[in-house]
Write a protein that binds this ligand. Structure first.
Ligand code: ADQ
Length: 437
């Protein structure tokens, strides 16, 4: 996404504003303006308290788990909620002077839900759009959030609100009709409340196809593929690449692989699973827990099924470049992407993009990833069911090359054509033209 927004900004001009990712002792009010390769970025630092309450707190311990249907992990703390509002207020205050009268303003993701409304309060009359990268939960879950109504009302200050797919859009429209009593046109996505109207629509995000293919043509990618293939010595490589996050279904996936080895012990010599999972959000407790759970489960399965010359699961706790990932994907005849819930999931699309069309690998994909609505020819699974996962692995291992090619052929068009540049253009064109109410 960063790459796509960079190229859109280069083409159309504009400024990218956000948190620098840095902590500062005191609130300085300084905006750090940088011009790099035709793109201007404007960033601010946040204080330790802001990061704690806003980023690790409300954004990543309340909204993230709730929006991924994990009520059990959702924390409801008044203090972090106040921190979230305070930081959004601060962002609005800082970005306001940078907005020119004819600018389109595009706000991204759950960290900034109320930003548009805070800008309106400061007199910004521009067209403002918002895109949510993660799912929108069903109304029955969402109403567990204290002040849910206040939060959604702020979203109705945007001219255009985008979601990854029809399912999240439908949940949002349902909430607006049922809980706010808004007038909702389910065909057009227009929501009208107290004389103001907003358009809500689905814009499935894609990968940066050209950039990814260019990475794939590099020596780095070719070496990575060779390294992987030579290390697996006649076994089929199956790969998973995820941020270490409980929404990605990693422990459940390891259970499914364990079930496969239990059910088909004679096939331990046919398969090696490679899990690449760099840690993320390490200051949040639930992320520390998922890390130790995964280490424990991987250790158990390796203990039970290893031989002196064979380890069935390779678990790698670090990130790789896109060129290396391309090579690893291409060298793996099975891609395992099994989130419990995911807005889209770009790894699934990258896996498809990296395959050799004459001898493609099989994508096993969770039916609960947004990507499943576009990649219907993957082997779709219920990621909660170890039996379902085990069965899918067996099907993928035994699939004929004709069937692999047919499935790949059916998916490659959408991965190539519905790319991130298209997504950016579609959203921005709609925002520029949307009827304002
Ligand atoms: P994420 O939850 O981060 O994004 P995803 O879309 O799968 O999830 O990945 C984003 C990118 O990170 C991909 O390009 C992938 O290659 C890269 N990545 C993941 N693991 C990596 C690793 N181990 N090493 C190196 N790179 C790695 C959120 C939402 C998603 C949505 C995206 C974009 O949660 O549902 O698809 O935003 O909208």
């Amino acid at each position: 996404m960063a790459g796509a927004l960079n190229s859109a900004l280069k083409k159309h001009g504009g400024i990218w504003f956000g948190w620098s990712g840095q902590e500062s002792e005191e609130r300085t009010g300084n905006i750090n303006l940088q011009h790099n390769d035709g793109v201007t970025t404007a960033t601010i630092d946040l204080s330790h308290r802001d990061i704690d309450e806003y980023y690790n707190g409300y954004a990543n311990s309340t909204l993230w788990p709730l929006f991924h249907y994990r009520l059990d992990l959702t924390e409801y703390e008044r203090e972090t909620g106040k921190g979230y509002e305070r930081v959004n207020e601060r962002f609005a205050e800082c970005v306001r002077p940078l907005i020119e009268p004819d600018d389109l303003v595009w706000v991204h993701d759950y960290h900034l839900l109320p930003l548009g409304e805070r800008l309106r309060a400061r007199g910004v009359k521009n067209r403002i759009g918002f895109f949510l990268h993660i799912p929108w939960p069903p109304t029955r879950l969402f109403v567990s959030l204290p002040f849910h109504e206040r939060l959604v009302r702020t979203m109705l200050e945007y001219d255009l609100v985008g979601f990854q797919n029809a399912e999240w859009l439908e949940s949002f429209l349902h909430y607006c009709a049922k809980e706010l009593g808004a007038d909702v046109d389910e065909v057009t996505g227009r929501i009208t409340l107290e004389g103001r109207s907003t358009l809500a629509k689905a814009y499935p995000i894609g990968i940066d196809w050209d950039h990814f293919q260019a990475q794939g043509a590099s020596d780095v990618a070719k070496n990575a593929e060779q390294r992987l293939i030579s290390s697996t010595r006649n076994r089929t490589a199956m790969i998973g690449v995820d941020r270490l996050d409980y929404s990605k279904g990693l422990p459940e996936r390891i259970d499914g692989i364990g079930r496969f080895f239990d059910q088909y012990p004679e096939r331990v010599r046919d398969l090696v699973y490679i899990q690449i999972a760099p840690p993320s959000r390490e200051d949040v407790e639930s992320y520390q827990n998922i890390r130790s759970l995964l280490e424990q489960k991987t250790g158990q399965i390796n203990g039970a099924h290893s031989e002196v010359d064979l380890v069935p699961i390779r678990y790698v706790n670090r990130g790789y470049s896109h060129a290396e990932l391309y090579g690893f994907f291409r060298g793996s005849k099975i891609g395992l992407v099994t989130p419990l819930r995911d807005g889209m999931n770009l790894v699934a699309k990258e896996y498809v993009a990296a395959q050799d069309p004459d001898d493609p690998g099989v994508l096993i994909l969770s039916r609960f990833a947004g990507a499943a609505q576009q990649l219907e020819d993957a082997v779709l699974v219920n990621p909660h069911s170890p039996d379902d996962l085990s069965h899918a692995i067996r099907v993928a291992l035994d699939m004929s090359v004709e069937e692999r090619k047919a499935r790949h052929q059916a998916m490659i068009g959408t991965v190539r054509d519905d790319n991130v540049q298209e997504w950016t253009e579609n959203f921005c064109n709609d925002l520029a033209q949307v009827k304002r109410g």
